[in-house]
Ligand binder design. Structure first.
Ligand code: 13P
Length: 253
């Protein structure tokens, strides 16, 4: 049985005060986290240090939303894996479609970041997903294949199962239009098949594959009930303690 992992990607939301309020709301409800469910909060960089202090002793992990692949140096505006670790991060989102589309991140860049995250001891949450145009053209599997192969190039077998794959169809992100449980499950099954081909069936079986894209309290149960859907990467609904915790609880049943 793979454990469920529910991560909240806050994106560019919540200043310092807003972060304290949201985290305190989550801490109040932390007793509701079901056994065997890992909860990961990914606030903006500016709120990680305060989150680390507030979450002391609370069973919720922290993650960054992005990182650079170098350790340090003249990279204005960037954050390293070591810096994320120094404020308590154990996860990092890599290759989110917003990074790919708005900031021009390529599969090659995603690959460099994934390798650095793994070697630094962080668990990368690697995002893949097709656009609406690609889905309508019937090339979803090809797109996922290229993104996954690109992200995992030269990632050794003994490290890969620490990575999480997040299937986030671009057309479902922030649109209120989630993939149906069957649509998502088909792609998750395909991702597991690909992992089996790249590595081994043992690795494929161990790897956590999350779904992301308009996950809400009212659709989470149906999505998370599917055999190959091992968690969720939640955007909008993670900005309210009640809705995020409803999704966390839905992952257990
Ligand atoms: P929404 O849940 O707001 O659609 O965002 C999903 C997402 O991009 C999480 O990384």
């Amino acid at each position: 049985m793979r454990p469920k992992v529910i991560a909240g990607n806050w994106k560019m939301n919540k200043d310092a005060d807003g972060s304290v309020e949201l985290i305190n709301g989550l801490i109040t409800r932390s007793g509701e986290i079901p056994n065997g469910v890992t909860v990961v909060l990914c606030p903006p960089f500016t709120s990680l240090a305060i989150a680390q202090r507030l979450l002391d002793g609370v069973p919720m992990a922290l993650g960054g939303q992005n990182m650079h692949y170098e350790d340090e140096g003249a990279f204005t505006g960037e954050i390293s894996a070591g810096m994320l670790k120094s404020v308590g991060c154990t996860f990092v989102i890599i290759g989110h479609s917003e990074r790919r589309q708005i900031f021009g991140e390529t599969n090659d860049l995603v690959n460099k970041k994934v390798k650095k995250a793994l070697s630094a001891g962080l668990r990368p949450i690697i995002c893949v997903g097709e656009t609406l145009e690609e889905r309508e053209r019937g090339v979803t599997e090809q797109v996922i294949n290229v993104q996954l192969k690109g992200a995992l190039q030269d990632v050794p077998e003994n490290e890969v199962s620490r990575a999480i794959i997040a299937y986030e169809p671009v057309w479902a992100i922030g649109t209120g239009k989630n993939a149906t449980p069957d649509q998502a499950a088909d792609v998750h099954k395909y991702i597991r098949k690909i992992l089996g081909q790249f590595y081994s069936w043992n690795i494929a079986e161990k790897t956590i594959i999350q779904y992301g894209g308009s996950v809400k309290p009212d659709n989470a149960r149906g999505l998370l009930a599917k055999a190959d859907i091992d968690g969720a990467l939640v955007g909008g609904a993670c900005l309210k303690p009640e809705s995020f915790m409803e999704i966390v609880k839905a992952s257990a049943s």
